[in-house]
Design a protein around this ligand. Structure first.
Ligand code: ADP
Ligand code: MG
Length: 631
């Protein structure tokens, strides 16, 4: 048989290998920024168009390249940064594989202008799909400018796989954050579609964090600093009260390189234990310095994972350093340090996780002028007890127009009272919902709902019992409401007497601009949007004035987190985020009228059985099932 094995031509090999280095525009941004840093630049400009799909340009004032180096830089394994395998263990540069330019050159139109002298003499190189198109002498100042156009022009599958501009820009901003936080001494500018997103002057790390994440960040930071033989730690954590539900600002840098490590993340979490609510995450910017020979950076092509020789020790040091800072800055009790044995936890409490934070309960339905005594729906008192027919204090109790609906759940709802009221602080729009869920029945007047553990609504139905998760049910109701408002562009708005001013960081601002139209269709009115702040002069009717700022803040931080694979349409994302922050929570007391309104509204939605997050909203138990349990 004839020999059939061939070596792939370089440009094919490069194109295949490119997949590993370049997943999306953000990967190109990362590689180009890192090259500029490795070249010793003190000022770096990043310019992107259409979230990098059309153009990514990085201009630096670094050392530039000679003519030969310029040509060679696009070859695979062409690097000036290591010469022998040993060098891998003494790395002080970002790059070392010599793959980035070869990969980028293989899948885009690239133009490089570079000069290594002050005589305005330089080299221009143009590459297309891995092939050299031209090489010319050009007039350019010291430094390098790389223009990457039409990314993935020759790999349509890849190009089609890219997400919306908003999502891709988000990835670029993430990479940008990681690079600029590690290098506060370098000045950076970032332009997207001609408008300036970031202008970061040379700074110290604290200033850099504030420049990137906005002025409000400054007061939230607690410094962390620890020097040991194994590792030096410096940086900041956010005060516990600023921990977020979503993963917010969490950065680890090892020797100025951003890394991801769930293990070390856990160490920070452990230091915050007991200080923050469950399921919230502390924010941090922690810089670790470790002897490079004690690291293996070479385990992942995009180099965000790292292996330490001494991981356990580093874990312990991080935890105690963060704990110590929180203590020193009076944000945590200092019992751990120089502790008095008398203050030790008595043995019976040793095994308990953390003390429960005392909470203040306010019965929002209490009305001192009301004649009738109120039923306070305390978790324990709402168990099985009396079937009193509490009528929902002053509820108007108007009936819905009747509508025939087929389906399984409606038939369950025979014999329930009809009432519609606002509940909690959140107004449920009393639009004429079609369909009577509860057939008028003489017995109906006596139906009562119970709140179980301030979490579930229990009510009876013809065939037995239904238990509704109050939060999920409300999410479903709000979700459909928002979605409808956005689709028909009819979100009712309530004018605020005093507009609320919110200061936003550049990332949030760009996100807000992107979402402005959809937000306005839910009922938000923005009267002024400038570089740093936004003025809200109207909010959707189901958002209370006091909540507006919080809701918007939460919205922006959530949407920053939203991973592309979860990104359905923009409206869907928005509706889901809004309903998440607005829905009643477990632990909130609901009065009779609110519960009934919620039950009614839930079963008037299109999909009452699941929450917008695909979780069941209610369960039923038939009398048969109950009978069986008594056997
Ligand atoms: P690596 O960074 O891993 O060495 P790259 O493919 O990113 O590989 O770059 C190849 C080489 O090109 C680098 O080693 C460097 O010598 C040179 N180079 C790339 N970008 C720049 C730049 N902005 N300024 C100066 N030299 C550069
Ligand atoms: Mg590189």
């Amino acid at each position: 048989m004839a020999d059939i094995i061939q070596l792939l031509p370089d440009h094919v090999a490069n194109q295949i290998a490119a997949g590993e280095v370049v997943q999306r525009p953000a990967s190109v941004v990362k590689e180009l920024l890192e090259n500029a840093i490795d070249a010793g630049a003190t000022h770096i400009q990043l310019i992107v168009k259409d979230a990098g799909k059309t153009l990514i340009q990085v201009v630096d004032n670094g050392k530039g390249m000679s003519e030969t180096d310029a040509r060679l830089s696009f070859s695979r394994h062409a690097t000036s940064k290591i010469r022998a395998a040993e060098d891998l263990f003494q790395l002080d540069t970002k790059g070392f594989r010599g793959e980035a330019l070869a990969s980028i050159g293989a899948i885009a139109h690239v133009e490089m202008n570079t000069s290594d002298n002050d005589d305005m003499v330089g080299t221009q190189i143009r590459m297309e799909g891995g092939k050299l198109v031209s090489q010319e002498v050009t007039a350019t100042k010291r430094g390098t400018s790389m223009q990457v156009k039409n990314l993935f022009f020759n790999i349509p599958a890849r190009r089609n796989f890219l997400k919306s501009n908003a999502v891709e820009l988000r990835h670029i901003i993430d990479e940008f954050h990681r690079v600029v936080l590690a290098h506060p001494a370098i000045a950076f500018d970032f332009y997207n579609n001609g408008s300036e997103l970031f202008k970061l002057p040379t700074a110290n790390i604290r200033q850099r964090i504030v420049h990137v994440f906005g002025n409000k960040t400054n007061e939230r930071l607690v410094p962390v600093s620890e020097e040991t033989g194994v590792v030096n730690i410096s940086g900041f954590v956010f005060k516990p009260e600023f921990s977020k539900k979503t993963r917010g600002e969490q950065f680890f840098f090892v020797n100025d390189r951003f890394i991801k490590s769930s293990y070390l993340h856990h160490a920070v979490g452990a230091a915050f234990e007991g200080l923050i609510k469950e399921q919230t995450h502390p924010g941090y910017f922690l810089f670790l310095e470790v002897d490079p020979s004690k690291l293996d950076i070479n385990i992942h092509p995009t180099k965000t994972e790292i292996k330490f020789d001494d991981e356990h020790t580093i874990y312990a040091i991080i935890r105690s350093a963060v704990k110590h800072s929180l203590g020193q800055f009076n944000v945590a009790p200092v019992l751990d340090f120089d502790r008095d044995a008398n203050l030790d936890t008595p043995y019976q409490y040793n095994k308990m996780s953390t003390a429960t934070t005392p909470t203040i309960e306010v019965d929002s339905s209490f009305n001192p002028f009301e004649d009738e005594p109120k039923v306070t729906g305390n978790a324990s008192s709402s168990s099985s007890g009396g079937s009193s027919s509490y009528s929902g204090g002053g509820a108007s109790g108007h009936a819905y127009p009747k509508r025939e609906r087929s389906g399984s759940w409606e038939s369950l709802y025979v014999g329930l009272d009809e009432e519609k009221e606002s509940f909690s602080s959140i107004e449920v729009e009393s639009e004429q919902v079609t369909g009577s869920l509860f057939e008028e029945d003489s017995e109906s007047a006596s139906t009562t709902t119970y709140q179980l553990h301030k979490k579930y609504i229990v009510t009876t139905i013809k065939s037995g019992l239904v238990i509704i998760d109050q939060r999920r049910a409300h999410q479903r109701v709000l979700y459909e409401e928002f979605l409808k408002n956005m689709t028909v562009q009819s979100g009712a708005s309530q004018q605020l007497l005093f507009p609320i001013k919110l200061s936003l960081n550049p990332t949030e601002m760009s996100l807000l601009l992107e979402l402005q139209q959809s937000l306005e269709s839910t009922g938000f009115v923005f009267s002024a949007l400038d570089g740093e702040a936004v003025e809200i002069s109207g909010v959707p009717v189901n958002v209370s004035e006091g909540d507006a700022a919080v809701v918007l803040d939460q919205l922006l931080s959530d949407l920053q987190e939203e991973l592309p694979e979860h990104a359905f349409s923009q409206s869907d994302m928005l509706a889901r985020t809004l309903c998440k922050s607005l829905a009643v929570r477990s632990g909130e007391y609901l009065n009779q009228a609110s519960m009934q309104a919620l039950v009614n509204n839930l079963f008037a939605t299109k999909q009452p059985d699941i929450s917008p997050f695909n979780k069941p909203t209610y369960i039923t138990m038939t009398v048969d099932e109950i009978d069986k349990r008594f056997l």
